[in-house]
Design a protein around this ligand. Structure first.
Ligand SMILES: *[C@@H]1O[C@H](CO)[C@@H](O)[C@H](O)[C@H]1NC(C)=O
Ligand SMILES: *[C@@H]1O[C@H](CO)[C@@H](O)[C@H](O)[C@H]1NC(C)=O
Ligand SMILES: *[C@@H]1O[C@H](CO)[C@@H](O)[C@H](O)[C@H]1NC(C)=O
Ligand SMILES: *[C@@H]1O[C@H](CO)[C@@H](O)[C@H](O)[C@H]1NC(C)=O
Ligand SMILES: *[C@@H]1O[C@H](CO)[C@@H](O)[C@H](O)[C@H]1NC(C)=O
Ligand SMILES: *[C@@H]1O[C@H](CO)[C@@H](O)[C@H](O)[C@H]1NC(C)=O
Ligand SMILES: *[C@@H]1O[C@H](CO)[C@@H](O)[C@H](O)[C@H]1NC(C)=O
Ligand SMILES: *[C@@H]1O[C@H](CO)[C@@H](O)[C@H](O)[C@H]1NC(C)=O
Ligand SMILES: *[C@@H]1O[C@H](CO)[C@@H](O)[C@H](O)[C@H]1NC(C)=O
Ligand SMILES: *[C@@H]1O[C@H](CO)[C@@H](O)[C@H](O)[C@H]1NC(C)=O
Ligand SMILES: *[C@@H]1O[C@H](CO)[C@@H](O)[C@H](O)[C@H]1NC(C)=O
Length: 830
């Protein structure tokens, strides 16, 4: 979900790019740089990959990355919550204030008010005693102590401007918080929220203090961050505040309030709150307040969370943390991270330091989400026996690069997520599209789960049964997406009835059977067609001959929104929305591009977005037919026009690095038989849009869609989703090994002739970077533009990519182009 309005995105790029802010602590980058240098020099085989991760990349420039303490796919991500636009809780902007530290967050989602942030705790000093504590959000929020924020995989810390330090570390569903107060500062107080979350969505809940046990339990209902307001989810927390008896409670009580002027009521000694939804509107703030005897300088608090019950929240803390020390939990988390990060091992000595940092920071985020809430289910999923993941927002973002990257090294984890998608169909009738906060979120392109489960089926059908996936069931779930029109298709499924009837999603159509926001007709048709291609692929795999013909035909429906008469900047033929009578409805292809002169135009999910495209211009979306680019070349006027049109797309500024429909465009030249131009373009795109600073992402990470795109660029590969085809580019790394921990196969990619000088925005003359040949296990490939997963990563061994500086001599693919349906490609499943 690139859910920021485009106009704001452009504004953001202007005002925040350039590293205006000094957060986090300068020590963080120094530490990472030193570790990379040391690892390169020592050449040790026992590498701690967590040292290379900069968790702050994407915490500025609307990247919305959560730098909080988490294990891989952790349900808990401890971060502070700041004022202003901070959907993931934390942002680097030092003019924003800290409201507290809390255990639930998402990473890389751009919902306007934020997501989660429940159960927030804030340490404070109250020299005037209990009744003078500033517990309300607006009263308690404080600046940070500038340039001291610190974090790395498994650890997060921030210090308030009054020198109180907050630290956290976590397990999957629990964690430890450590607070350090300056010596002699007096009695430590803590305010703990019942009702507040980032989107202010509380609809009722209860809090209970057990002073003997030293336990505070909280439970309630809150609303979605990116979905219909009618849905709410339940969440629970268990705070153990006595550190196994080492800490002694002084005062305790509860509070409710609105603002200090209106009401701000406290009850010393009162142990419970039970509040329902406030029907007149607004959320009254409420929570607990407690203090400790003997003026300790360090306070340790254990936190458990659950989506099932208060009891389960406490049990999670007991079973996952128990009596372990803070340091032990950090070490345990780091070990889990190393297991993930080591799946791609690189030549640390030969790789430019920034590339190492960008790669491992990206791989970190590639395993940070979705949030593994297995065993923590509610609503229709209560008690499911299948794996369960929250925060799938959105599948439209993640099908392109996120799951294809996972498919290279982690089929078992991928299978769990696929099972979770199928379980969505079992329980709700369609696979999830944008599940957020445990409830369905807004659909973006249609049912993008199809290419995700399709990717798994195409690569791992031989292992599917062993991995718990029934392919017939997987296919049935895809067919539901492709054939069953939901009565309401804003959150699940597609408006498939009219799409089937007309061969495209018509503009302004009379739909007598279903409702949904009737906008984005052009982009919905393009996405539906690609989703149909995914169905076609699995039909091919399962020998469903009739379905193969049917869905191959439907996968070509993208052609039905192609208006050959539209001209823009001298280029002819663009995707356009179309009335049901077949007449096209004109949209200037530049509308909703960064060059749109109307800054007020609605381009996202708004009801008055009438351009026909979702978060994109027609210039941008007209490239989208990844399964049939050969035909796109034809209708754009042939190879030369296609190449000059791509060049113009980038030069004119219509390309949006931070927007998913732009993802595959830098590689487009491969299909017109000019692979060296793709190599140049990817170098330019990476060094123009990505770096190692907090502003180092071109916008929202979109649940690591951006991180995984960058990973593929650095590795010199690009996936065609729902196929086993990978395109070959020029790696930024001289040598790397991808370990597939399920197949027990490792593939080492060596760049023969690698020249570190080529790793910059413009490849200088004389630096080798252009692919001359591709050799696998000693056999030279007849083609240097692509290979098949089954021939390489499945087998394992040595892939040698030879590069040259002589660009002109290698600017063609050799035998055969990357495949397209209309030229006989994807003819069989491997
Ligand atoms: C690192 O070790 C490998 C083998 O373990 C060796 O081939 C290589 O030359 C070493 N590199 C350096 C810089 O010492
Ligand atoms: C941190 O920097 C911001 C922006 O310059 C400033 O407004 C704030 O007062 C500073 N905080 C402290 C504690 O100095
Ligand atoms: C809160 O009050 C409601 C009735 O208003 C009751 O049903 C519920 O059990 C109470 N919850 C707790 C945790 O006490
Ligand atoms: C999710 O959590 C369950 C329960 O602990 C575990 O079995 C599973 O392996 C986890 N999945 C991933 C992808 O981490
Ligand atoms: C599909 O047909 C091929 C070729 O006849 C066969 O090898 C394969 O096992 C069949 N697959 C299924 C799922 O029936
Ligand atoms: C798809 O099927 C329809 C209906 O049979 C047919 O009119 C159309 O030509 C087919 N499209 C393609 C691209 O084969
Ligand atoms: C098709 O419908 C649109 C919208 O109602 C209308 O403007 C257009 O003239 C119609 N085209 C034809 C050929 O009737
Ligand atoms: C584009 O170039 C390829 C490879 O040279 C060729 O096979 C194809 O026919 C060309 N396409 C067009 C539309 O000219
Ligand atoms: C679009 O805007 C960018 C940035 O202002 C500018 O460089 C570019 O030339 C513009 N493109 C066109 C086609 O006017
Ligand atoms: C590494 O990244 C930093 C921050 O973006 C930048 O200042 C520096 O020039 C980069 N170094 C190289 C060698 O690219
Ligand atoms: C891979 O190795 C592990 C550990 O030795 C083993 O349990 C597993 O069965 C192997 N997987 C395959 C697909 O051979």
């Amino acid at each position: 979900m690139a859910a920021k309005p485009l106009a704001l995105w452009v504004l953001a790029a202007v005002s925040f790019f350039g590293g205006v802010y000094a957060q986090p602590s300068p020590e963080v980058q120094k530490r990472i740089s030193a570790a990379i240098k040391e690892a390169g020099a020592s050449n040790s085989t026992n590498v701690d990959y967590t040292q290379f991760v900069n968790v702050f990349i994407g915490t500025d420039n609307f990247g919305d990355v959560c730098p909080g303490a988490s294990v891989p796919f952790g349900m808990v991500k401890f971060s502070t919550d700041l004022t202003g636009y901070a959907p993931a809780g934390y942002v680097v902007d030092p003019t924003q204030k800290i409201r507290g530290l809390s255990p639930l967050h998402d990473s890389g989602t751009g919902s306007s008010l934020g997501t989660y942030g429940n159960f927030e705790i804030m340490p404070m000093l109250c020299p005037g005693g209990f009744n003078t504590c500033n517990v309300l959000l607006a009263d308690r929020e404080r600046f940070r102590k500038n340039n001291t924020d610190d974090a790395y995989p498994g650890y997060f810390s921030q210090t308030l401007d009054n020198d109180i330090k907050m630290e956290a570390t976590s397990t999957r569903r629990a964690g430890l918080e450590r607070f350090t107060f300056p010596k002699g500062s007096g009695k430590p107080y803590f305010s703990l929220d019942l009702s507040n979350d980032l989107p202010a969505s509380f609809t009722g809940g209860a809090l209970n203090i057990d002073p003997e046990l030293g336990r505070i339990t909280i439970g309630g209902h809150w609303g979605s961050s990116f979905g219909p307001g009618v849905y709410s989810y339940q969440a629970f927390a268990c705070y153990d505040i006595l550190d196994g008896g080492k800490q002694k409670l002084s005062e305790y009580g509860v509070w409710t309030g609105m603002t200090s002027e209106l009401f701000n009521a406290k009850g010393l000694g009162v142990t419970s709150l039970n509040l329902t939804r406030n029907l007149i509107g607004g959320v009254y703030e409420s929570g607990a307040l407690f203090s400790y005897e003997d003026e300790p300088t360090e306070i340790n608090i254990r936190v458990g969370v659950s989506f099932v019950s208060v009891n389960q929240a406490c049990a999670n803390a007991e079973s996952e943390v128990g009596t372990s020390s803070f340091e032990a939990i950090v070490a345990q988390s780091q070990a889990l991270w190393n297991e993930k990060l080591s799946k791609i091992a690189i030549d640390l000595a030969g790789t430019p330091a920034n590339v190492t940092e960008m790669l491992y920071s990206s791989l970190y985020r590639a395993s940070l989400t979705p949030n593994n809430a297995t065993g923590e289910t509610q609503g229709a999923f209560a008690g499911t026996t299948h794996p369960y993941f929250d925060s799938l927002y959105c599948s439209w973002d993640t099908f392109r690069t996120f799951y294809p990257l996972m498919s290279l090294h982690s089929p078992a984890e991928f299978a769990q997520i696929v099972d979770n998608y199928i379980d969505g169909w079992r329980k709700l009738g369609w696979m999830p599209e944008c599940r957020a906060n445990n409830v369905p979120g807004w659909t973006q392109g249609g049912s993008s789960a199809d290419p995700i489960v399709g990717q798994f089926a195409m690569l791992y059908h031989n292992e599917a049964a062993a991995l718990g996936i029934d392919l017939d069931e997987l296919y049935e779930a895809m067919l539901a997406d492709a054939e069953q029109n939901p009565p309401e298709w804003n959150t699940l499924g597609r408006q498939v009835n009219v799409y089937k009837q007309y061969g495209f999603v018509p503009y302004g159509v009379l739909d007598t059977q279903s409702v949904g926001r009737q906008t984005r007709e052009g982009s919905r048709t393009l996405e539906y067609a690609f989703e149909d291609f995914a169905v076609r692929q699995v039909a091919l795999l399962l020998n469903k001959t009739d379905d193969v013909a049917k869905y191959t035909n439907r996968s070509l429906f993208y052609r039905n929104v192609w208006d050959p008469s539209v001209v823009s900047d001298g280029f002819k033929g663009f995707a356009q929305k179309r009335f049901s009578n077949g007449t096209f409805s004109y949209t200037d292809p530049i509308d909703c591009s960064p060059n749109d002169t109307n800054q007020n135009r609605e381009c996202s999910l708004q009801g008055d977005n009438n351009v026909g495209f979702y978060e994109s211009s027609s210039w941008e979306y007209s490239w989208f037919a990844p399964h049939d680019t050969a035909h796109l070349i034809d209708i754009m006027g042939g190879n030369d026009t296609f190449v000059s049109r791509l060049d113009h797309f980038f030069d004119a500024g219509y390309y949006l690095a931070g927007n998913e429909p732009s993802f595959q465009t830098p590689i487009g030249y491969h299909y017109a038989n000019h692979p060296t131009k793709s190599v140049d373009r990817v170098r330019e795109v990476v060094f123009t849009n990505f770096d190692i600073t907090p502003a180092g992402l071109p916008g929202n990470d979109d649940q690591a869609a951006m991180a995984t795109l960058l990973s593929f660029h650095l590795l010199g590969l690009y996936p065609v989703p729902s196929t086993s085809q990978f395109l070959v580019l020029s790696p930024f790394i001289p040598k790397y090994t991808i370990h597939n921990s399920y197949l027990n196969v490792s593939t080492t990619v060596t760049v023969n002739g690698f020249d570190a000088r080529s790793v910059q925005k413009m490849i200088p003359t004389g630096a080798s970077a252009y692919v001359k040949s591709v050799t696998f296990n000693g056999v030279v490939s007849p083609n240097r533009c692509h290979f098949d997963f089954y021939d390489v990563f499945r087998v394992g061994g040595d892939l040698v990519i030879e590069v040259t500086a002589d660009k002109a001599s290698v600017d063609s693919c050799g035998q055969g182009l990357p495949e397209s349906v209309s030229t006989g490609g994807f003819a069989s499943a491997r």
